[in-house]
Design a protein around this ligand. Structure first.
Ligand SMILES: NC(=O)c1ccc[n+]([C@@H]2O[C@H](COP(=O)([O-])OP(=O)(O)OC[C@H]3O[C@@H](n4cnc5c(N)ncnc54)[C@H](OP(=O)(O)O)[C@@H]3O)[C@@H](O)[C@H]2O)c1
Length: 324
């Protein structure tokens, strides 16, 4: 028995499972590894093909996570799609009864993280791909953001992904393979005014990715930070506000706020399906061809190229200062 399985049986977890036999959503509370887990030829828990990968994706209720879960299932993979409100996943699960299992997961909740990973591992018999996608924004400057608000951003955007990575690593090390993808942002590579907690958290997620990539590579585990630029999702509409608002920052932060709030309405921005397509290509690529950090979308490439030019200039300035 692997060290993973010695951790004991899965807690009962409320799971929305769809089967071909039922053809519609049914809420069940069960231990998915148990004999009564309802196996059939079209059961998502059943291994269907050696090329089928087993995915766990967070934040699948909308946007990039939903598009990725859909695309992975369309491509024949099996997906544990998770969301804070599993009912939001009903249409996805209904469209892919043989490929998608839906489960509740708020990544800030340690017990739910452990239960979701156990569910994937016990049900699928392993896990090949973890996508830490869940995320939410918080409008506010450093001065406006309270300790509690900062902690909440860090819980969702850093501690949750870190915890999920820690939970899947023993299994991936035992398998000698696996891929952990962290959905970062161009906000993980640069700073702009008015989203201070989010930018801080995405930079930390990049740090987690870089550290883990070096630690996990010897075990055959790939780690990737995906860095989207603007994509058309409900991210801006769902973003919260700091309780404190300081009028002096209003003008300074206006452009950020308007840009993020307008994400859902701008058809010229990236489409979630394009994001999903790229992620499938990245996962399928040979490890040697996969950089640790991958900007996603044309604007992200342009922004990050500019960031790197500025960093080179900064280094020249710093060198000049330190040598005079
Ligand atoms: N759209 C962009 O332009 C853009 C650019 C760069 C990076 N990103 C990143 O892309 C990722 C996906 O965002 P999106 O654009 O697809 O926005 P979205 O449509 O708002 O999706 C975000 C998802 O994360 C979930 N979520 C938020 N907090 C969570 C938590 N504590 N636990 C579990 N799930 C949680 C949301 O669930 P609920 O429905 O429960 O809120 C939703 O399913 C995020 O990490 C975001 O930072 C987006």
């Amino acid at each position: 028995m692997s060290e993973w399985h010695s951790s004991g049986p899965c807690d009962a977890l409320s799971v929305t499972r769809l089967t071909a036999r039922h053809g519609s959503s049914r809420q069940v509370t069960e231990y998915p590894g148990s004999a009564d887990a309802g196996r059939s030829g079209s059961d998502p828990w059943e291994r269907q093909d050696v090329m089928t990968l087993r995915w766990l994706i967070t934040g699948c209720s909308s946007g990039l996570g939903l598009a990725l879960a859909r695309a992975a299932a369309d491509a024949g993979h099996r997906v544990l799609a998770t969301a804070r409100r599993p009912s939001a996943l009903d249409p996805l699960a209904a469209a892919h009864p043989a490929r998608v299992v839906a489960a509740r997961l708020d990544v800030r909740d340690a017990d739910q993280c452990a239960a979701a990973v156990r569910l994937a591992v016990d049900g699928f018999g392993g896990l090949d791909v973890l996508v830490n996608n869940a995320g939410c924004g918080l409008f506010g400057t450093v001065e406006e953001t309270s300790d509690e608000e900062l902690r909440d951003q860090l819980e969702a955007l850093v501690v949750g992904p870190w915890r999920l990575a820690r939970l899947v690593l023993p299994l991936m090390r035992a398998q000698g393979s696996g891929h952990i993808l962290n959905v970062s942002s161009i906000a993980g590579r640069t700073g702009f005014p008015g989203l201070a907690g989010y930018i801080t958290a995405k930079h930390a997620l990049e740090g987690l990715t870089q550290a883990l990539a070096t630690e996990a590579a010897p075990f055959g585990i790939r780690v990737t930070a995906l860095e989207p630029g603007p994509f058309t999702t409900s991210f801006g509409a769902k973003a919260a506000e700091t309780r404190a608002r300081i009028p002096a920052y209003e003008e300074i932060t206006r452009q950020t706020r308007e840009g993020v709030q307008g994400l859902a309405d701008d058809p010229s921005l990236g489409r979630p399906a394009e994001f999903a397509e790229l992620v499938l290509r990245v996962v399928a690529a040979p490890p040697a061809d996969t950089p640790v950090r991958i900007p996603v979308g044309g604007p992200a490439h342009a922004t990050i190229a500019a960031v790197e030019d500025a960093a080179r200039q900064e280094l020249r300035q710093a060198r000049a200062l330190s040598t005079t």
